[in-house]
Write a protein that binds this ligand. Structure first.
Ligand code: NAD
Length: 260
């Protein structure tokens, strides 16, 4: 379905980004991978994608908190593949603390990685998409882009901002064949969430599963995690021709979290 297209997925060495990259490769897209991790493991991943799906995969270790590295990553992808057709802004971090205890450097890092990095990838990749009259930009936001929770000031601010950015890009690119949408997951069991479960289990003296259920039921009517693969499938749909008139939307995939 996406043969000949190139998908760049930021933060694709783990969790949602990794599953999403896999889903795009499965559908025939070439990949530009990105994210942190062990060099050997990342190379195994990259080579594994090429072998399994008969596509081309490259990796950029660009740090999404560094605008010049971000621009370099987009340029490298365009050099390798001719274009970035599908841009998935996924890299993200979390820090949980009350606002008066929130370390300013954590605020800066979360805003940089979870919000500003998308401004930098989009502003660098969009001109070539517009020139080709085809492009898909998919921003991995969160239920926290639509509603708030306590102790997540930076994350909630960044994700609300990302949905705002999504809408602006959608409007500006509406007649250039480029769509821009956000995906808003609820709880997805990845390392980012596992840390929060571990912290809860420790603080409340709970077993892991008890802490999982407590975390889920606090927010979601459905007491089930969304899987990284569910997110990847939605992203592939948004990149398909069937979704060509969907733009500026924020898609909830959250077990009913924001329906309440
Ligand atoms: P994860 O921790 O499993 O993966 C995060 C990825 O981002 C990793 O590949 C990591 O290396 C990369 N990364 C972190 N900092 C980076 C930096 N400075 N430069 C480059 N790469 C960097 O997390 P995840 O749960 O898969 O989260 C992915 C996205 O989904 C995030 O934007 C997160 O906010 C969002 N999200 C997650 C959930 C959830 O429940 N897990 C829910 C809603 C939204």
């Amino acid at each position: 379905m996406l043969n000949g297209k190139t998908a760049l997925v930021t933060g694709s060495t783990s969790g949602i980004g990794l599953a999403t990259a896999r889903m795009f490769a499965k559908n025939g897209a070439n990949l530009m991978l990105n994210g942190f991790g062990d060099g050997g493991e990342i190379e195994k991943l990259r080579a594994g994608f090429e072998k399994e799906f008969k596509i081309k995969a490259h990796y950029s270790g660009a740090d999404m908190s560094k605008p010049d590295e971000i621009a370099g990553m987009i340029r490298d992808a365009e050099k390798e593949f001719g274009a970035v057709d599908i841009l998935i802004n996924n890299a993200g971090i979390q820090h949980v603390a009350k606002i008066e205890d929130f370390p300013p450097e954590k605020w800066d890092a979360i805003i940089a990685i979870n919000l500003s990095s998308s401004f930098h990838t989009i502003r660098t990749a969009l001109p070539a998409m517009k020139k080709k009259k085809w492009g898909r930009i998919i921003n991995i936001a969160s239920a926290h882009g639509l509603v708030a929770s306590g102790e997540k000031a930076a994350y909630v601010a960044a994700k609300h901002g990302l949905i705002g950015l999504t809408k602006v890009v959608a409007i500006e690119a509406a007649n250039d064949g480029v769509t821009c949408n956000a995906i808003c997951p609820g709880w997805v069991l990845t390392p980012l969430v596992q840390k929060q479960i571990d912290a809860r289990a420790k603080a409340a003296g709970q077993k892991e599963r008890e802490a999982e259920i407590a975390l889920l039921s606090e927010k979601q009517p459905m007491h089930k995690f969304t899987t990284p693969e569910h997110i990847g499938n939605l992203a592939v749909f948004l990149a398909s021709d069937a979704a060509e008139s969907i733009t500026g939307s924020a898609y909830s995939i959250d077990g009913g979290w924001v329906a309440q």
